[in-house]
Design a protein around this ligand. Structure first.
Ligand code: AMP
Length: 216
């Protein structure tokens, strides 16, 4: 299955993407994670992307599309993939369509995880991410079992606040989302691919709704 998870920052795309990927046996591809990995490895792409990420802006389409094109050429995507945080602009969506067409495939479903702005600022301010394995926590709603120890990989002291999860940058990211990414709701709705789930529910309920939406 080839699926896109669409939604504002903090709507739970990362959490849901990991769950769905495990369930479906396909990779989760997060462009944000790929940029952060490049940054951690000090690649040129990572350094270029960081200029935009730290300001809450989008990385230019060409850089994103080249990176995704490379990723989709890897063998593990043959049975499908879950895209998380990509596409984020109309040119990216067009570019993805062209890439898939070249491989004789297409997107099966686009799931919008809907959440309003007030909820997002609260969620992202309390988000902590394991710098080692990428596991995501919310300090109040889903804290790690032991303070500052990652439940998933057991690392101590690696739960960090992302540089762009501070209120001023969160607000910028929301403006960017409404301006540049929200038009994709209409884009995929017109293509007959869009399903919407309520992101304000518990992660388990959101996961159930997504499975129901893509099975329907
Ligand atoms: P995320 O982890 O999805 O919230 O992404 C973090 C940041 O990475 C974003 O605020 C952007 O600066 C950059 N980024 C991730 N995915 C994309 C994309 N598809 N297009 C442009 N920039 C992106």
């Amino acid at each position: 299955m080839r699926l896109i998870l669409l939604g504002p920052p903090g709507s739970g795309k990362g959490t849901q993407g990991v769950r769905l990927a495990e369930r479906l046996g396909v990779p989760q591809i997060s462009t944000g994670d790929l940029f952060r990995k490049n940054l951690a490895e000090s690649t040129e792409l990572g350094r270029k992307a960081q200029e935009y990420m730290s300001k809450g802006q989008l990385v230019p389409d060409k850089l994103v599309l080249d990176m995704v094109d490379d990723r989709l050429k890897q063998g593990d995507t043959a049975k499908g993939f879950i895209l998380d945080g990509f596409p984020r602009t109309i040119p990216q969506a067009d570019g993805l369509g062209t890439m898939l067409e070249a491989h004789g495939t297409k997107i099966d479903h686009v799931v919008l995880i809907d959440l309003d702005d007030e909820e997002i600022v609260g969620r992202l301010s309390a988000r902590r991410t394991c710098s080692k394995c990428g596991a995501i926590y919310h300090l109040i709603a889903s804290p790690p079992k032991k303070e500052n120890v990652c439940d998933k990989c057991g690392s101590v002291g690696t739960l960090e606040q992302r540089e762009d999860d501070v209120p001023e940058t969160i607000r910028k990211r929301l403006v960017v989302y409404h301006d540049q990414t929200q038009p994709l709701v209409d884009y995929y709705s017109k293509a007959g691919l869009l399903r919407t789930v309520d992101g304000a529910q518990s992660p388990t309920k959101v996961a159930q709704d997504i499975v129901r939406a893509v099975d329907a």
